[in-house]
Design a protein around this ligand. Structure first.
Ligand SMILES: *Cc1c(COP(=O)(O)O)cnc(C)c1O
Length: 292
């Protein structure tokens, strides 16, 4: 099975040229930046481990990818959440549905404070030092591609959650890495960087307004649909929509651009299923009603 070496494509969006690293195409079940972050656990042997323990939201991409990892490795998987919405329990969808099918044991309770010797604890969203292993491979793929295509001036953009991926990319790349915060504010993201490294942080592009993670915003839905229309690539609604709003603005404000931009598509498309339902219900219906 191949879990590395994703293709890079050239696209045009709002009359600007970009390259896109298609990490969404790494593998059918194990893709995106979670596949990169958990590659260390996939590739190495852990004879003592029988179970993985993690926590986070009941719709998280990391949760789903961990369920796939555990299935491949023959490990049990306990995943702790604060709360599972009743509509989700009744109508399982997206990451939640598929993680359960892969054998996840989801528990509504506090994460245990201590672990047994055969238990491997992975913190929320895969914000762990071990993530650097797979992200270094991603960085090397980018370096090789840039060399082969004689691209000397490159900036790499990717939206951040915990910031683990953008931080380690900056660590291993000779190019500038740009990002934006999607889960917390910019101060939160800087704190997250500091948890893992002391310096050499990606540049955080500023947002025009505050966005609450997981909430619906018309412009996020619009740019998602516009990207799909112009590039034929489906991007994720939680991170990429906001990422593209920031990047589009950044690119438009450049007088003359003397570098190429590589956008990292970090997967997350299973999470889109429920997001699209919510967006469509909120915004598409209204359009129809207005016509009536
Ligand atoms: C997890 C995730 C992110 C955020 O990655 P971090 O390493 O936590 O910053 C971004 N995009 C997608 C699609 C993700 O699944």
């Amino acid at each position: 099975m191949n879990y590395i070496n994703s293709p890079i494509e050239q696209i045009s969006f709002n009359n600007q040229k970009y390259f896109v690293k298609r990490d969404d195409l790494l593998n059918k079940d194990f893709s995106g930046n979670k596949a990169r972050k958990f590659y260390y656990f996939l590739k190495n042997d852990f004879p003592e481990v029988k179970k993985v323990i993690s926590f986070g939201s009941a719709q998280s991409n990391a949760m789903y990818s961990l369920s796939v990892l555990c299935k491949i490795k023959g490990w049990k998987f306990d995943y702790y959440v604060d709360h599972i919405a009743s509509y989700l329990k009744e109508n399982p969808v997206g990451n939640y549905k598929f993680a359960k099918e892969f054998g996840m044991n989801i528990i509504e309770a506090e994460v245990p404070k201590s672990f047994k010797e055969d238990e491997l604890f992975i913190s929320e969203g895969g914000a762990v030092k071990e993530a650097s292993f797979g992200i270094e491979i991603l960085a090397n793929e980018i370096k090789t591609w840039a060399e082969e295509n004689q691209i000397k001036n490159l900036k790499v953009f990717l939206p951040s959650g915990t910031g683990t991926t953008s931080l380690y990319l900056q660590k291993f790349l000779p190019f500038e890495v740009l990002t934006c915060s999607c889960v917390g504010d910019d101060e939160y993201l800087e704190k997250q960087f500091l948890e893992l490294e002391k310096s050499n942080f990606p540049i955080i592009l500023k947002k025009e307004k505050k966005y609450h993670f997981g909430k619906l915003y018309k412009e996020l839905y619009e740019i998602h649909n516009e990207l799909l229309k112009q590039t034929n690539i489906e991007f994720d609604l939680l991170y990429d929509s906001l990422g593209w709003i920031c990047l589009d603005k950044y690119t438009k404000n450049l007088r003359n651009r003397d570098f190429e931009i590589l956008y990292i598509h970090q997967g997350g498309l299973l999470g889109n299923i429920s997001m699209k339902e919510r967006y469509s219900f909120k915004f598409d219906k209204k359009e129809e009603n207005r016509l009536c």
